[in-house]
Design a protein around this ligand. Structure first.
Ligand SMILES: NC(=O)c1ccc[n+]([C@@H]2O[C@H](COP(=O)([O-])OP(=O)(O)OC[C@H]3O[C@@H](n4cnc5c(N)ncnc54)[C@H](O)[C@@H]3O)[C@@H](O)[C@H]2O)c1
Length: 189
């Protein structure tokens, strides 16, 4: 990881913060891209205290302008981009079909559209480095045929799984690995 540059979306808390911390400990320079600016700054303060180079940027991952800003900021600040961890996600409010179309739309936007946007914008930056790695935080909710309490979340994560697997040939063509992680339940802070 030494010398590598990584973006972790949703890196201010939970699994993303653990990922960002580990990447920093391994020597990567880390950009925490989170909608919670204050928590992002706090996380970056901790990483810097540990001797790492880190930056925070406020990003709402489903917004194209924010995703553009995130990649441009990273290249400007650290000279390139090697690793993108698409971790921001979650489920909010009542589940389908009780939620409004706006409610399930938000879940699809953050969990799936956010991953696709950041990936699309990161690829040219990784090509400029001659390769890279993209890690998408999916979920066991998106795999197989198990029931799940949040259909809109499961649908979004299933989308992330297939988006990831269909991009796998990029590793052969361009040296850009695209993988997904499917955690089960993880206790947050
Ligand atoms: N915790 C679990 O049990 C579990 C299980 C499987 C998968 N996951 C997935 O792992 C990822 C992280 O989950 P967690 O439990 O650590 O979540 P968390 O709620 O603890 O942390 C999520 C972080 O993402 C940020 N965030 C939320 N919306 C955002 C947006 N639109 N743009 C940018 N940042 C945003 C939040 O501010 C927060 O810092 C998610 O994709 C989640 O779906 C979690």
């Amino acid at each position: 990881m030494r010398g590598k540059v990584a973006i972790v979306t949703g890196g201010a808390d939970g699994i993303g913060l653990a990922v960002a911390t580990r990447l920093a400990q391994e020597g990567a320079r880390v950009v925490i891209a989170d909608i919670d600016e204050e928590a992002g700054e706090e996380a970056v303060g901790d990483l810097r205290q540990g001797g790492s180079q880190a930056e925070a940027i406020r990003v709402a991952v489903a917004k194209e302008a924010d995703a553009e800003k995130m990649v441009a900021f990273t290249e400007r600040r650290f000279g390139g981009l090697d690793i993108l961890v698409n971790n921001a996600g979650g489920m909010w409010g009542p589940s389908f079909p009780e939620c409004t179309p706006k409610g399930w739309g938000r879940v699809l936007d953050v969990n799936l559209r956010g991953v696709m946007l950041a990936t699309q914008l990161a690829l040219p930056a990784m090509r400029r480095r001659g390769g890279g790695a993209i890690v998408n935080m999916a979920s066991m909710a998106g795999v197989g045929t198990l029931p799940h309490a949040d259909p809109e979340y499961a649908a979004a994560k299933a989308g992330v799984v297939r988006f990831t697997t269909t991009l796998a040939p990029l590793s052969v063509r361009e040296g850009i690995r695209v993988n997904a992680i499917c955690p089960g339940w993880v206790e947050g802070p």
